[in-house]
Design a protein. Structure first.
Length: 332
């Protein structure tokens, strides 16, 4: 796609249809139950796939103000066993992937960035169960005096009512500074996952097209199709849990990885609108609340195009292998 064609593409439409508040409001009976619940019960409800979406969101909203017990000093992680894994998309599947998403303006060259499928050797690693939240990022800012604030924070103020939502509107350098700070604070070598680590953690050994399966499901991820049009508490879409247990790897906010865009071995260099705008750019994965579901595809390679449609956040990883009774391990 040429840069001059961006404005006409449905993929770059900034205004979405207004959200229907009735669809997102819990019933009076549910609201009364939520008001009487404690933090642990509310935390369980946020990730209860049998609970209605309005109840999950309301539970998360209360926890944002009370303090969310899921957000701990040492972040919860999911163990991912290493091995030789396949990363990327076979060239024969490009046309099908494009065809599924033509209605939202997906271009063939965007999908060609995922080719060819190739083998990568991964050591054992751990991926954070949740993306980094606003409250966690606020602690980093307070302790370090880091000079830049997330662009999504109105007037630079921490959004207390969204403390357990993923932070967004940061730069790769900010994410890396956060990882280094958390490493000093916890004594663990936190870092951004590599692109291959992120993809494998999202799709698992079966190579799923989306973290939850091979068919897009607007009930499994906070994307434009879901109709919320803003971030949500982490973990509030439990149907989208990845094969290794990570949440929000599809939707909510896009996530930086450690790698800048380069063609895969033997693959084409795609000088799309991202290259035309920024030259070199950091890869972001997973899709977001303001983008269409094509970006929740586990192989989709994207980046932070300037503008309001790209509020990028991040999650962390660890190279050290899981240890028995490790307190950072997420519950099975």
């Amino acid at each position: 796609m040429r840069l001059e064609d961006v404005a006409a593409s449905p993929h770059f439409q900034e205004y979405a249809e207004p959200a229907d508040p009735r669809r997102l409001r819990p019933t009076a009976e549910a609201a009364a139950r939520l008001a009487a619940a404690g933090p642990k019960e509310l935390a369980s409800l946020v990730e209860d796939g049998s609970a209605p979406l309005p109840d999950r969101l309301a539970a998360g909203g209360i926890l944002a103000l009370l303090g969310d017990p899921r957000i701990t000093a040492v972040p919860a992680v999911c163990a991912v066993p290493g091995g030789t894994v396949e990363i990327g998309l076979p060239e024969r599947e490009v046309a099908d992937a494009v065809g599924r998403w033509t209605h939202v303006g997906v271009e063939r060259e965007w999908i060609e960035k995922e080719t060819p499928a190739h083998r990568v050797d991964l050591a054992d690693y751990r991926i954070a169960t949740y993306p980094v939240t606003n409250a966690e990022y606020q602690a980093f800012l307070r302790e370090t005096g880091h000079p830049t604030r997330p662009t999504t924070w109105y007037l630079g103020a921490h959004p207390h009512e969204r403390g357990n939502h993923p932070v967004a509107g940061v730069r790769p350098a900010d994410a890396e500074a956060y990882a280094a700070w958390l490493g000093r604070r916890t004594g663990l070598p936190w870092r951004l996952p590599t692109e291959a680590e992120w993809e494998y953690a999202a799709k698992g050994p079966d190579g799923l097209a989306h973290p939850w399966g091979d068919t897009f499901d607007p009930d499994a991820a906070n994307t434009r199709e879901t109709g919320i049009h803003t971030t949500t508490p982490v973990g509030a879409f439990p149907a989208g849990r990845s094969p290794f247990g990570a949440l929000d790897m599809g939707g909510n906010v896009e996530e930086y990885v450690a790698d800048s865009y380069r063609p895969y071995p033997g693959g084409p260099f795609v000088p799309d609108h991202l290259v035309q705008t920024m030259g070199e750019y950091r890869i972001a994965r997973g899709g977001s609340f303001c983008r269409y579901g094509d970006l929740t595809r586990t192989r989709r390679r994207h980046g932070p195009f300037p503008g309001p449609l790209y509020p990028v956040g991040f999650r962390l990883a660890l190279s050290t292998p899981p240890q028995p009774h490790d307190p950072t391990e997420a519950d099975a």
